[in-house]
Design a protein. Structure first.
Length: 530
């Protein structure tokens, strides 16, 4: 299908008015926008990067600033009955996150605040003895009641930029608190307040009285406010689905199944019923479908930043935990936390690296949402295992090609090169569980669906990998000094046969391997195809 016949994609457009002017596809979320904007309240929404928070903030800005000017044909056009327009201040604190030290941060923050309030008549007197926050407070007191709409995007960007520097983090938090205190003390002027971020840090004044906020983050009613549902993808991107079908030679059903496997699976609400696609990844795919199902999360939401550096120093300490089932109390996701108190699992969930899979009582079971994020996490873990080196640098590259080609000897060689290159002091392969975890991380980097302890009626296999044309089953044995490796290999062979591992898989080719890892030699010393 010709690109010119398709309505343009909104890729990279975070301004609502511009998106509408360009006639780009807008997935109509305005019925939910109405549910929020029609109330005179203060709202907070937590979502990962690249999920459309800025576009949502811009949508509120257009609605309150220009009424229904940019909403022709959208759901809210028949719902909105507020004929007034408002003074709108929109702040994007990501503009103040790239600072060298505290003084530099204050300069950048003051510049952001001054530029945002100036169009409404505020004048910053640099020679005055009162600080900027006090001057803004005095100006806000001159405004009529319910006349100001305040929108804050990425409120926590300066804080996440300093996660690894406790002193600077606290100094930045105190400075931000001065502005938040100003907003709270001038509540009468505010008609509507909406703020976004990734997580909720306590001791920032704005969250010191949570009853003043309505936190939408875990509400089922707004679980699809950001991200695309299956129905929305079918409705708004049907032409792009057809184009991708032609480019990849798949059926429509096969395409949607693969898109779901790679880019869907995010759940942000406490009922664990609504799942959405990553909008950035889906739009990138639709832009260049012939490239296949590439990993866009790692290059955007998963790109190494200060937040990821924090994860690597804390949450990702042990690659052996790569596939471990995690739980987190819903209250921990709901409540604000101090940086020293927030759990790694809660922060990974809020940042989108883990997502809600199920909820029992007040406990959320969380895991990777899809293959794209799983692969991104595997890459981060692999960096730790190899002390920053790449698989290619240690001679372990090209594993995906070898799996597709069913080159068993090549796979055996690559895996051994990996183990011989490990930072063994930090990450020793000291038992079968550790060996399995390291191989899983390695194979997950290829982007394939890697499963451990896959159940059937006869038992649980160690590790299975589905490549599309073939299905691999690995059975590991750990040979300690003094044990007989041949006997262990035979045990693994018999286990694969007796337990019928992999036989339920729907694949053109089933390949089952028994492998024995030597504690002494720190590599696999025996293998056999069953």
């Amino acid at each position: 299908m010709d690109n010119q016949k398709l309505q343009p994609l909104p890729l990279g457009t975070s301004d609502f008015a511009t998106l509408r002017l360009r006639n780009q596809i807008y997935v109509d979320k305005t019925a939910l926008v109405y549910e929020i904007a029609s109330k005179t309240e203060k709202f907070f929404l937590s979502r990962p990067r690249r999920f459309g928070k800025s576009l949502l903030v811009s949508t509120f800005e257009s609605l309150f600033k220009y009424g229904l000017r940019d909403f022709k044909g959208l759901a809210i056009e028949k719902l909105w009955n507020d004929n007034g327009t408002y003074n709108v201040v929109r702040l994007d604190f990501s503009e103040a996150k790239n600072f060298q030290d505290f003084d530099d941060f204050v300069l950048r923050l003051n510049a952001v605040l001054t530029a945002a309030f100036k169009p409404l008549g505020f004048v910053y007197d640099q020679d005055a003895t009162e600080p900027l926050s006090t001057q803004i407070s005095s100006w806000l007191k001159t405004l009529p009641d319910n006349s100001l709409v305040l929108l804050i995007d990425e409120y926590d960007a300066p804080l996440t930029a300093t996660l690894n520097n406790a002193d600077l983090f606290n100094a930045v938090r105190v400075e931000l608190s001065k502005f938040y205190a100003t907003v709270k003390s001038n509540d009468a002027a505010v008609r509507f307040f909406f703020m976004t971020g990734i997580t909720k840090f306590s001791k920032t004044s704005i969250f010191s009285e949570l009853n003043h906020f309505t936190d939408l983050s875990l509400m089922p009613e707004f679980g699809s406010l950001l991200g695309y549902t299956h129905a929305e993808v079918e409705k708004y991107f049907s032409g792009y689905l057809n184009r991708a079908v032609g480019a990849l030679g798949l059926s429509r059903e096969q395409l949607v199944e693969k898109l779901t496997l790679h880019y869907d699976g995010f759940c942000f609400e406490k009922s664990a019923q609504q799942h959405v696609f990553s909008p950035w990844s889906l739009l990138k795919f639709f832009s260049y479908p012939a490239n296949g199902f590439e990993n866009y999360w790692y290059e955007s939401g998963g790109k190494p930043t200060a937040l990821l550096q924090y994860f690597q120093s804390r949450a990702l300490k042990s690659p052996m935990n790569f596939d471990r089932e995690n739980t987190v109390d819903l209250e921990e996701l709901r409540a604000s936390s101090d940086v020293d108190e927030i759990s790694d699992v809660a922060l990974l969930t809020q940042a989108g690296y883990l997502t809600i899979k199920a909820v029992e009582d007040d406990t959320a079971f969380v895991g990777y949402p899809n293959l794209e994020v799983t692969k991104s996490m595997a890459k981060l873990y692999m960096k730790l295992l190899l002390s920053g080196k790449t698989q290619v640098q240690v001679g372990a590259g090209g594993i995906a090609k070898l799996l597709v080609e069913a080159d068993i000897e090549g796979i055996f060689d690559r895996i051994n090169k990996l183990f011989l290159s490990l930072d063994y002091k930090s990450y020793p392969a000291k038992d079968e569980y550790a060996v399995k975890a390291i191989v899983q991380v390695y194979l997950a980097c290829s982007g394939f669906d890697v499963q451990t302890e896959n159940h059937n009626a006869f038992g649980r296999s160690d590790l299975e990998v589905h490549t599309g044309s073939s299905h691999w089953v690995f059975e590991f044995k750990y040979c300690r000094e003094g044990q007989n490796s041949d006997r262990l290999l035979n045990e693994a062979i018999e286990q694969l046969k007796d337990h019928h591992y992999g036989e339920q898989a729907e694949s053109d080719q089933l390949i089952r391997l028994a492998l024995v890892f030597s504690e002494k030699e720190r590599q696999f010393v025996k293998w056999a195809k069953v």
